[in-house]
Design a protein around this ligand. Structure first.
Ligand code: GTP
Ligand code: MG
Length: 196
């Protein structure tokens, strides 16, 4: 995919503020600090479009980005950040689950897990939720550059076992690994939507 334009559209806390047209959307989900915002920047080949941070919980609202004026990337709040106050946590969950449950033009959910760690209970819950609701999704294991090849292979196998999924794609924003495969999945989802 050639990226001609990528722009930040808006940050929305409630459904009334979501964009209203029917452009297809690709959502990015996963626990706080897993690398969602970095992943978006890396796919688009830009720095700093989605705000990244070493402080977990950076992305609190649903953030929309317009790509090539044709489709949107949606950066969802991360889950599982233990130190957030309870009411803040509840708001995050509500924003993300409302979006996932209700958005008709959501064509692909990219679920990010940390390649260094075993998928958490919340990772598993989200995965089961996506399957239960028949949401097309892709699992991506981030930060693969932080592991040796051997460790990475072991951890990918473990993630596949825990999530009961054959498709867990290693990714790194440092090396660019997994970028092309991710774009292929996105292009496929956009084509299916266009053909409907
Ligand atoms: P929240 O918005 O807080 O939920 O976090 P996030 O999932 O958007 O994570 P973010 O992209 O802000 O990245 C968190 C940290 O991980 C940052 O310090 C990134 O530089 C780092 N990081 C993300 N992806 C990679 C990667 O592929 N390799 C390495 N080495 N570091 C990464
Ligand atoms: Mg973020």
């Amino acid at each position: 995919m050639k990226i001609v334009s990528a722009e930040f559209l808006k940050s929305a806390f409630k459904e009334a503020d979501w964009p209203r047209d029917e452009r297809p959307e690709i959502a990015f989900l996963g626990r706080s600090n897993v690398g969602k915002s970095s992943f978006i920047n890396s796919l688009l080949g830009v720095r700093g479009l989605a705000r990244t941070s070493s402080t977990p919980g950076r992305t609190q609202a649903v953030n929309f980005f317009l790509i090539n004026k044709k489709f949107r990337f949606v950066d969802l709040p991360g889950y599982g950040y233990a130190r957030a106050p309870k009411d803040v946590k509840a708001k995050w969950n509500a924003a993300a689950t409302d979006y996932l449950a209700g958005r008709t033009q959501l064509v692909l959910s990219i679920h990010l897990v940390d390649s260094r760690h075993e998928p958490t209970n919340q990772d598993l819950q989200l995965h089961e939720w996506l399957i239960h609701h028949d949401r097309p999704h892709l699992i991506v294991a981030t930060k693969s550059d932080k592991l040796s090849n051997n460790e990475l292979r072991k951890n990918i196998d473990r993630a596949r076992r825990v999530l009961e999924s054959d498709e867990v794609l290693p990714f790194s924003m440092v090396t660019g690994r997994g970028r092309e495969e991710t774009w292929r999945a996105i292009e496929g989802a956009l084509k299916r939507y266009a053909a409907k």
